[in-house]
Design a binder for this molecule. Structure first.
Ligand SMILES: Cc1cc2nc3c(=O)[nH]c(=O)nc-3n(C[C@H](O)[C@H](O)[C@H](O)COP(=O)(O)O)c2cc1C
Length: 197
């Protein structure tokens, strides 16, 4: 066996790159791109985002105690990157990226209309971990774009939106399906020939 041992670092990839929208009134509205995010509990539905205190968005989220996680797609890749390298202290990111702020159902923070899924979150706890502070939050509503609802089955087809992945500094779109939940333990279908025997 041959392995390199590196110093501790952030090596869990791939990750989503989401656009987090925040602010309680139009003058305050902002978008920050976040990869340090994830689900942490199913019931109640809870997730986290980790934000550096120096970010313009940090104080907005802390003051209002709420935000919206907007999932991103291939067509939102440019805006996702741009919102992750420019600061709301100098830019109106909604206007400059041609994104549309629309009212959320439970929080004052706006949702990004162009995103296929908008997850409304209320902050429950802030953990000051070090470089980043973790906003442990409860999901209070999920908004899904009708465009991705299969008219026949009623199922939500998020993968049709070309979700964006982030891995080691690069953005990717998703590839081929290689299995489904539980496929590793599914019994193989018997062929017609073996059924007859
Ligand atoms: C793909 C990507 C992922 C990022 N993830 C995070 C993150 O998880 N936490 C964070 O604090 N900043 C993250 N950033 C950096 C912020 O998005 C960036 O500093 C942004 O300009 C801050 O905007 P603001 O000053 O308007 O809040 C990320 C940037 C990119 C491009």
């Amino acid at each position: 066996m041959s392995k390199l041992i590196w110093k501790p670092g952030t090596m869990i990839y791939p990750l989503p790159a989401v656009m987090v929208s925040c602010g309680s009134e139009p003058e305050e509205y902002n978008i920050i791109t976040i990869s340090w995010t994830g689900t942490i509990c199913t019931d109640p539905a809870m997730c986290y985002i980790s934000v550096r205190p120096g970010r313009h968005s940090y104080n907005i989220i802390k003051k209002n105690g709420e935000f919206v996680i907007n999932l991103t797609t291939r067509s939102l890749a440019f805006a996702t990157d741009w919102c992750g390298v420019k600061s709301g202290s100098r830019h109106n990111k909604f206007a400059e990226m041609g994104l549309t702020p629309v009212p959320a159902s439970k929080v004052k923070a706006p949702m990004i209309m162009e995103s296929p899924v908008n997850i409304e979150c209320i902050v429950k706890e802030i953990k000051e971990l070090g470089s980043h502070h973790m906003f442990i939050s409860e999901v209070v509503a999920v908004n899904a774009d009708n465009k991705y609802i299969d008219t026949k089955t009623g199922l939500f087809r998020l993968n049709d939106s070309n979700p964006l992945c982030y891995s080691h500094g690069k953005y990717y779109e998703m590839g081929q399906i290689i299995g489904k939940f539980g496929f590793s333990v599914e019994k193989k279908k018997r062929s017609n020939k073996s059924k007859k025997q």
